[in-house]
Design a protein around this ligand. Structure first.
Ligand code: DHE
Length: 547
């Protein structure tokens, strides 16, 4: 689908590195260093997300020189210009690349790929800063913020997070973070907030300070998406872990200071055909509630790694064969099972975090499942289920998650709902809510991307339940642009759900608060500092995995 193609990972910072042209072989096209720099920048911004930094292929075909030299310059030039129905965008005819740029790209991929630098312990330590040492931090909470009902809101294009009060909607602080900042996670105690940017910069923010601020910082690579902290009893707040896209690795850090302790590469064999993959990116990471383990999802090799952090000197990793390409996921309502999308295969992999084994691979029936953390519902017919929407179509799959109480339904799609359309990224509910909310920010139709579909749980007993549409963008009363509605997040109590109205960087955006009981507009949060709000992370719901 178009929405799917637009949502491929884009490399954002590698293009800024001036890499040298690898050795030129006979017959290679001639490129100046300047042209090569342009090629690098375009490649890492537009192409690497699908074809890989090393061009070994992932969602896109491999572009190693044995292949590109075989098909030759003209074929490559035309392919880049016109695209293909299989998903390659038409960079030329869409006007996104000039003829000159396409000429450079066709020559660029005839040369061997440049390998961006590795990022090991020495590089990490060089970027590591403790701004306020643990001994100099407050010994008790110094503010009157209701931390458990605080929202950390991603301000994507300003590279910041806004900390917004869940009751008064007041912005307590706006804090500088990494480039194109991506997600926030909370330490088990609720004191520390961890934020990661796409440039792999991690900020650790102390919510006990009078005005919450960054107390430690580190860069863990050149490209990253995920961060998590240890949650198992006895290990609360002890460790943090960050996963990166480049280099393909994860690092375990000290939970008080972000001191890097252990780096592990994820390079290795693909789970099924056992061919070597040089660039298996780290996607979602969650912390087990049943064992001292991090659950690390490796995209290209299709492996789920259970990292035992009880002894990181003698690190034990259980490697679970799952499916590719692992992306995002969340726990079921018992928090024992973790469900993660294998988006290239239309499946959801289920891991039992108690036994560290694969429980099931569930075909969702839709195109490209994208759950976010998913949504847990009490279904009137099937008992506890977990929901995911899809990027490629309007379906929402409900998967049974109760092997003891409802064994016949466990790990099966028990019902398919039809929401507004494709381009959905996130579904949301809450244990106290009677509703399931489905966004569709990447739908090409502005009315659909500007609103949210809501299903009533009571209606799910019907075969094809209807939904209500909430016109979130209309409610936000924004004059200019075509904002999209993205990612619902509940407050701690579970009686309000917040949606981001995500507009262009130079236009007004907003957060719309909806009353979960009445489905009526409760508040619109607007502030000149709310630039491109996207993800929202309620402290309590995030640290306790309530969704
Ligand atoms: Fe995300 C979660 C990767 C684009 C908003 N995103 C995730 C996770 C991964 C990921 C691996 C799971 C993290 C975890 O749980 O540990 N995201 C990627 C990409 O590779 C991709 C497709 C493209 C890119 O170039 O980065 C991408 N993501 C986006 C966006 O464009 C979104 C919509 C807006 C934004 O802020 O950038 C976006 N991603 C989010 C959000 C979550 C997320 C809000 C967390 C959802 C949650 O409820 O936990």
């Amino acid at each position: 689908s178009d929405a799917g193609a637009a949502y491929q990972p884009s490399m954002t910072t590698l293009g800024a590195l001036n890499l040298e042209i690898p050795g030129r072989r006979e017959g290679d096209p001639v490129m100046t260093q300047e042209e090569y720099n342009i090629g690098n920048k375009i490649y890492f911004e537009r192409c690497a997300g699908c074809h890989g930094v090393l061009r070994k292929g992932a969602t896109g075909k491999p572009l190693t020189t044995d292949i590109t030299r075989d098909v030759g310059y003209e074929y490559l030039r035309d392919f880049i210009t016109y695209g293909s129905p299989a998903g390659m965008p038409n960079w030329g005819t869409s006007g996104e690349m000039s003829e000159e740029e396409i000429d450079i790209m066709a020559r660029y991929i005839l040369l061997d790929p440049a390998s961006p630098p590795e990022f090991g312990m020495a590089e990490m330590r060089e970027t590591w800063k403790v701004l306020v040492a643990p001994a100099d931090r407050p010994t008790e909470k110094m503010n009157d913020i209701d931390i458990d009902n605080l929202f950390s809101v991603t301000l994507r294009d300003s590279g910041q997070v806004a900390l917004i009060d869940g009751a008064s909607y007041k912005i307590h602080a706006v804090i500088d973070t990494g480039y194109a900042v991506h997600i926030s996670r909370i330490s088990a105690s609720g004191r520390y907030l961890f934020v990661i940017g796409r440039d792999a910069l991690v900020n650790m923010i102390d919510l006990w300070m009078e005005t919450p601020a960054t107390v430690a910082q580190i860069k863990v690579g050149s490209e990253a998406r995920s961060i998590e902290t240890s949650k198992f009893k006895g290990f609360e707040d002890m460790y943090a872990i960050a996963g990166s896209y480049w280099p393909p690795q994860y690092v375990i850090m000290d939970g008080d200071t972000l001191e890097p302790l252990k780096i592990k590469s994820t390079r290795g064999m693909v789970y099924d055909d056992q061919s070597y993959h040089p660039e298996p990116r780290v996607a979602s990471i969650v912390a087990s509630h049943f064992n001292p383990e991090f659950i690390v999802n490796v995209k290209e090799t299709g492996k789920i790694l259970m990292i035992d952090y009880s002894d990181i000197k003698n690190l034990k990793v259980t490697e679970i064969e799952a499916e590719r390409f692992l992306h995002d996921g969340g726990f079921d309502s018992s928090k024992r099972y973790f469900l993660v999308a294998a988006n290239a295969r239309g499946k959801v992999a289920v891991v039992d975090t108690k036994d560290s084994t694969l429980t099931a691979l569930v075909e969702t029936g839709g195109q490209t499942p994208h759950p976010g953390r998913g949504a847990n519902l009490m279904h009137p017919t099937y008992g506890p289920v977990w929901a995911t929407s899809h990027l490629g179509d309007e379906t929402v799959a409900l998967i049974g998650t109760d092997p003891e109480g409802h064994p016949d339904n466990a790990w099966k799609v028990v019902q398919t709902l039809y929401a507004q359309g494709g381009g959905s990224l996130f579904v949301k509910s809450h244990p106290t809510s009677e509703h399931l909310y489905v966004d569709a920010p990447l739908n090409p139709d502005a009315e659909i991307s500007g609103s949210v579909a809501v299903f009533k749980l009571g209606d799910l007993a019907q075969e094809e339940p209807e939904y209500t549409v909430l016109p979130i963008v209309e409610w936000a009363e924004i004059g200019e642009g075509q904002p999209r509605v993205v990612q619902g997040e509940f407050n701690q109590e579970g009686n309000e759900i917040w949606f981001s109205v995500w507009n262009a960087k130079d236009l007004e955006s907003a957060i719309v608060v909806v009353d979960d009981k009445t489905l009526e507009l409760k508040a619109v949060i607007k502030d000149p500092r709310l630039i491109t709000p996207t993800g929202k992370f309620n402290v309590y719901n995030t640290r306790a995995d309530v969704y």
